[in-house]
Unconditional design. Sequence first.
Lengths: 521, 38
Amino acid sequence: MNTLQLGIIVIVYMFIVAWLGYLGYRRTKNANDYLLAGRKVNPVIMALSYGATFISASAIVGFGGVAATFGMGIQWLCLLNMFTGVVIAFIFFGKRTRKLGSAYNARTFPQFLGLHYRSRTIQILVAAVIFMGMPLYAAVVMKGGAVFIEQMFHVDLHLALLVFTLIVAAYVITGGIKGVLYTDALQAVIMFACMLFLLFGFYRVLGMNFTDANRALTDLAPQVPERLQALGHQGWTRMPVAGSPQWYTLVTSLIMGVGIGCLAQPQLVVRFMMVDSAKQLNRGVLIGCVFLIVTVGAIYHVGALSNLFFWKTQGVVASEAVRDMDKIIPLLIDQAMPQWFSAFFMLCILSASMSTLSAQFHTMGAAFGSDVFPKLRSSQNAHSTFSVRVGVLISILLSYIICYTLSAGIIARGTALFMGVCAATFLPAYFCSLYWKRATRQGALASLWVGLGVSMFVMLFIHRAEAGSVGLCRLLTGRDVLLDVYPWYAVDPILYALPMSVLAIVLGSLLTKRKRENAAG
Amino acid sequence: MFGMEDPGIWMAYLLAFACLIFALWYGLSRWNREETDD
């Protein structure tokens, strides 16, 4: 398939996406439509949008590369994505969020927390964390999409990035959340079909069944590169050595960071407030789990099995065929699958990137325009969406700039990093807003500050993966990390910050309650 | 089990399928049931 044919397929796809964005624009009458689609979203569209937003190019290209390098241990993340990301999220978080969000008439996640704790400070703080932190995650997703386009079309990365960003910007700014939801649903269907075909198609390429392929991969264990063996790698069908650097990366950063972090993702939480009854969320549990096990489960499984393909065709394992983890899956698709499938997979990657990116831009725009600067309007109309649209535009520019500073192999880690910060900062206050009536405004504020502060401190001074590359610790102390004792520098920030954030909301709430009771007595 | 010798791996697959079966049962049994939200 030549570049012209690929180009035609992409142009047709983009036209359909643009038409769906236009449909969203036509059906958006006011700010409530622009932010929450009038709280009357079809449950199938909501669940597909939730899944498509959850699964970005990071999950497919980045984590697929992790599976190819580290093996099947990453399937614990697939389990957690389903169990915490859908079952726990929809049943135990979603129903109460929908009910309270409707009672408060909250339209964004920061507004939900701000209204619950009756604190404008909390609303602004949460919105500021979103507006300043999410561009990193968006930049990572952008990079995932652009790297793949660059490899497929052999076009300049900068041009790929620019065109890709402009198209998403166009339908988010004009179509609002309805434009995002309609395009998400189409993109989810493309991703689902593509991953299902990849799973079965790849087994045909290997010429093995499920058990035989696993056995062959087990037998390949002696070929693990020495540099990975030193980190704890024992083979692609075994977990890394418990307590090894690879184990800490896999378990604390990738599995726990994303597996727990997904519960407090503002762009996912807001989707619970878009449906009009709990019945719709029950349906979402089924649709979300089926979607995730096929999309995530398939790419992690194929990623690990890619070692068999590279060993058979090149005599090397995947991480030796290409050193940059983010380029293993694109290379596999290019070499192992039929040419027409490469075009289909490209649409899948575009869909995964665009669906996540559009939700991120919309969430950042809402944080800026609806939460921080609600009075920024082009007219006296209280239902104006001008400020949100300005916010979307600024967030796109920020993400675009950050994207140029990202290093290689950053896609999976960048995703885990943002989700970990979200969990440590937002999760205790969010959970208590739903389940603990004694939680106070002061307790929630303490939790937000402690979660954010400890996360940032650990990232800059303790966790080697970030502290080493940022270099602030070296500048101030002359060392890469403050605690140069294993395993402390290998443990992800979420394991330090989340327990302290929980402690802060419990102690903060109990102490401020006690103070109030004493004053009353 | 299934060619994977490490329980740390095949347990992940088994639990993911258990989760899928639960989701199918939960979603289908409540597909038209009006709901306490508490």
